[in-house]
Structures are given as C-alpha cells and as structure tokens.
Design a protein around this ligand. Structure first.
Ligand code: FAD
Ligand code: SIN
Length: 519
C-alpha cells in the first residue's frame, strides 16, 4: 500500500501543470501508462489559443468559441476560460515553454478555422512537444513529485471496495485513490490518496483512423463511469479534417489546420476546389463542416482521400512554420512545394467526458478531472481549434485550488482491501483481445463516425453487446493485463458515445445524423 496527498493519473498538460502547482503543498504521485512524454499533449501541432494582442479581445474569443459550440456551450465557463487563458500562458512561459516570435518581439500568432483573429500561440508546428518538454523538465526535478512510468490505473477506489452498494447520482461517493498495475512486473499497488486528479486524455483509438497516440483509450472516463460518476456529451467526437493519407500508419500524422490558416486549400483528387459549396469560409470553415464536406466528396466521387494544396505558400514560410510536416511529407516522397498533400479526416478529440463543475470537481468527492477527459462545458457541441490545451491548463488550475482545500480536511482511508485476483489465470490468447479491438474500431468508424443514422447506431449497439459480453467474461477469468483493461475501457466509452448519440434527436455540432435535420 502506498500513500500520497495528490494522486495524478496522466502526464499530459493537465496532469503535469496540476502536479507542479500542488507539489509545494504535499506529496505528489504521477502515474502514467507508458512514459512521461507519450501523451496527446506531445502531439499537438497548431498551438494554444489565448487573447494576447491589442486588436483581439475576450469578447471575440468568447464569440468564436460559442459559435463553434453550436449553441450548447456553458457561457459562464467560456467566459471564465477565455479570460483566465492569458494568465496561464504566463505560467507556461515561466516554466520555460517557448512560443515563436516575430522580429519585433511580438508573438507570431497563427489563425485556425473558426477564429476571427490571429490568436494561436505556437512553437513551429510542434507546440505540444515544446510544452511537454518544458513541463517534463520541471516535474522530473521536483523533490515532492514521484513519477511512476509504465504504471496503469485500473480502477478508482470508492466505498464500493468497502462492500457498500453504490448507485449513480449518489452524492456521497468518495474516492480514496486507485488500484495501479505496475506493467514491468505485473504487480498491483493500492495507492491511497487524499485527492485524485484524472487527466487521462482522449479516446481516439476506439476509431480505426485517429490522430491520437495509442494511449488514448478513454480509461479515465471508463473508470469514473464504473465508479458510478457522471459522464456527459459523449456524442460529440471531433474528426480532424486533414490527417495525412498514409494507409498503414497509426496514429495518423496530422496536417495542422494552421496550414489552411496560412492559405492551403482543399481540392478533390481531380484538383477541383470544393469547400465554398459547403461554407462561405471555404477551407477555413469550422472543422465539423470541413470534415463532413470531405467525407461527402470522398463518398460521392469514390475517392479515398482529397488533397490539401500548399504549393502557393512561400517556401520559407513552409519550412519555418511547418518544418515537421515538410520533413514528414518529404520522407514519404511528397515535396509539398511541388505536390499536393493527400489527406483524410481522422478521429481527433472528444468534447464530452467526465462531468466537472467550474472548480474541476467531478460528481465523486475528492476526485477532480481536467483536460480532454473532462466535460467542462467550454466546447459545447464542437470545439474551436486550439481551445483544448488552454482548457487543460485552466481547469488543472481550478483543480489545484479545489484539491488544496480538500486534502487538508481529508484523511487516508486505510481499510481498503488489496486488489482481488483469486481464481484468475494468465490469458494465453491475446488474439481474443486484439481481434475484438479491431472489430470495435470498425464498428465505431463505420456506424458512429462523421455521419450517423438511427439504424447505424442501433446496429453498432447490437454488435458492441457481443464484444462487451466476451470481454467481460475474459476479464473476470484473466490476470490483470493492460491490454484487456484498455479494451474494456474502450468498449465502455464506445457504449456511452452510442447511447448518448442515440438519445440526441437532432443534428447539432459534431453529432450529425441523416434522420434528424439541423435546426
Ligand atoms: P494527454 O496529453 O493525452 O495525457 C494523457 C495522459 O494520461 C498520458 O500520460 C497517458 O499515458 C495517461 N493515461 C491514460 N490512461 C491512463 C491509465 N489508465 N493509467 C495511467 N495513465 C494513463 N489541442 C490544442 O489546443 N491545440 C493543438 O494544436 C492541438 N493539436 C493536436 C494535434 C494532435 C495530433 C492531437 C492528437 C491532439 C491535438 N490537440 C490540440 C488536442 C490536445 O493535444 C489534447 O486535447 C490535450 O493535449 C490533452 O491533454 P491532457 O493532459 O488532457 O491529456
Ligand atoms: C491542428 O493543429 O490543426 C490541431 C489543432 C487542435 O486540434 O486544436
């Protein structure tokens, strides 16, 4: 048994920024399922949105966010995040993150779809990597922070583990920490914590094509759901319009929206411009519109990709702002100054997740959530580009303030039993897991993707039920293993997406169904 004041599950921007701030007040244990840097945060390209120059204003950023959210953002939350964003950018700078500047010393701000101003701070085309680098350096050397890499959080510990029956919506559920699997030796630790932060990121890997790294299997959401906490808005899955079409690559390499912000244009395989047919903002329309337009063009023409044409952009700009994209395309034989880039939409971001209030508190006491795993109300039915990194750091800050109050009043509950794995044995047939994972990805991509219908959702649920039952049976018999836990979590979050999508009888934001026209 291990005890800590602050248990942090996840080492992306949400988890590490929280850890750095609470570490001055108590012991912190960060758990991460691979290594510190394998996070969605590290993959973020375009940048981080915040109002930082005089022509821009909070009002404009708020308005853009609300428009993208299609009428169901929580306006109070939008105002709070937008107005607190510049302060959190200062924190990032203080920790050593570097954002590109112009020759006059001002930030070189980029523009992305749905933004009415240039307001994206970026570090070339690898902003997330730069942020992760800066935070890693800080957490590694903090004497109050312990980092457990290759440690997998299996489940949250609540009264359930003391034998109580717990119902969803019960206001008195308490979190005492988590059961954690040490992947290197397959031993399960009971980690008791006065407060726990879930910062486990997204869900992209439940789809066949995704920009997300393999860590994104929705573990945090599934854990909270199993602990009977509240989950919201799961139907709003964002597909990024432009991931590189390079068939066997996983994750799909992203071609940042900032490239369209710099003037790149979408074209069909035959070279026809098509976006203006769908939206007057053309290639820079919000992502849901662009992704649906591409999906429609591909289906109509029977093509497996469309092109992004960046040939007219100045070579110096291509090489200085987009060095990684330039290099990546060159590696697969595409010179983007001379040739167009083949792109397809890919699952990218989950707008819904664990319900949190404005203080980052979940419906379970002593448990907070921040970052992509949380549903704050900022994004509504669709996220404005580059609003997620900023949400992650603002809500981690909210969680800090809550946790610092709560950890003082809370004491360790030491009656917690060890993880019980009696009557289980090692699973000798990994194929049972890998095949079910592939089937799950096919179901989600084909029936619960960019365009949905009542029939597709119904079919998805029937197919999912089979995989669910097989996996639960296997789980009960097997010694705990990361892959079966991930599959189980992926099935849980897929179920929530399908269920919530089925309940929404309208097309709104990212949830587009052919049965219910847009209001
Ligand atoms: P993450 O950074 O994903 O970190 C999750 C952590 O949780 C990881 O450390 C993981 O190992 C850990 N974890 C998960 N499950 C477990 C478990 N069971 N046990 C232990 N550890 C676990 N957003 C922007 O605002 N701007 C951008 O330009 C941008 N570009 C993007 C480009 C790409 C290719 C992608 C994939 C996303 C992009 N996003 C962007 C979205 C943004 O990167 C993410 O939403 C954000 O980084 C999420 O941060 P996080 O801290 O919530 O989670
Ligand atoms: C991108 O760079 O296009 C991704 C930005 C985001 O997901 O916010």
């Amino acid at each position: 048994m291990k005890k800590t004041d602050f248990l942090v599950i996840g080492s992306g921007l949400a988890g590490l920024s929280f850890a750095l701030k609470v570490a001055d007040y108590g012991k912190v244990c960060i758990v991460t399922k691979t290594n510190l840097e394998e996070t969605n945060t590290s993959y973020a390209q375009g940048g981080i949105a915040a109002v930082t120059y005089e022509k821009d204003s909070y009002e404009k950023h708020i308005k853009d966010t609300l428009i993208a959210g299609d009428g169901i953002c929580d306006e109070e939350v939008v105002k709070m995040v937008v107005s607190e964003a510049p302060e959190q950018i200062k924190e990032l700078l203080k920790w050593g993150a570097k954002f590109d500047k112009k020759s006059d010393g001002a930030f070189d701000l980029a523009k992305e779809g749905g933004h009415s101003e240039h307001r994206i701070l970026h570090h070339k085309d690898n902003t997330g990597f730069e942020i992760q680098r800066a935070l890693n350096e800080k957490v590694k050397y903090h004497k109050n922070i312990e980092i457990l890499e290759n440690h997998f959080a299996i489940d949250l510990i609540t009264q359930h583990h003391l034998g109580s029956k717990i119902k969803r919506n019960n206001k008195n559920i308490e979190c005492y920490g988590s059961y954690i699997l040490n992947i290197s030796n397959n031993k399960i630790k009971t980690v008791l914590a006065k407060t726990t932060l879930i910062a486990t990121g997204g869900i992209g890997n439940i789809y066949a094509t995704t920009t997300n790294p393999i860590i994104s299997t929705g573990d945090g959401i599934a854990m909270v759901y199993r602990a009977k906490g509240l989950i919201e808005n799961m139907e709003f899955v964002q597909f990024h319009p432009t991931s590189l079409y390079n068939s066997n690559e996983r994750p799909s390499f992203l071609i940042t929206e900032a490239m369209r912000g710099s003037g790149a244009i979408l074209k069909t395989k035959k070279g026809n411009v098509f976006m203006k047919k769908y939206d007057k903002r053309g290639s820079l329309a919000p992502r849901d519109i662009v992704a649906r337009a591409i999906d429609n063009e591909m289906k109509k023409l029977g093509d497996s990709f469309v092109y992004l044409d960046a040939r007219h952009i100045d070579l110096k700009e291509l090489k200085s702002h987009f060095p990684n994209i330039y290099k990546k395309c060159m590696e697969i034989g595409i010179d983007i100054k001379k040739e167009m880039i083949p792109v397809i939409p890919a699952a990218h971001y989950l707008c819904g997740g664990i319900k949190v209030d404005k203080s980052a508190k979940t419906s379970i006491k002593y448990l907070y959530a921040a970052g992509e795993t949380a549903h704050t109300g900022l994004h509504g039915a669709n996220r404005l580009a580059s609003n997620s990194l900023i949400e992650a750091i603002v809500y981690a800050d909210k969680a800090v303030k809550s946790a610092l109050k709560d950890f003082m009043e809370n004491d360790f509950n030491t009656k917690i039993p060890k993880w019980n794995d009696k009557s289980t044995s090692n699973n000798e047939e990994m194929i049972l897991i890998t095949q079910n994972f592939k089937e799950l990805q096919q179901i989600m991509s084909n029936y619960v993707g960019i365009v949905r219908s009542d029939l597709r959702l119904k079919r998805a649920l029937v197919r999912l039920e089979i995989i669910y039952k097989e996996t639960e049976n296997l789980f009960k018999k097997s010694k705990i293993h990361k892959r079966i836990c991930q599959l189980r979590n992926a099935i849980n979050v897929s179920y929530l997406i399908i269920k919530m999508a089925g309940m929404r009888k309208e097309s709104i934001g990212l949830h587009y169904t052919i049965n219910h026209k847009k209001k």
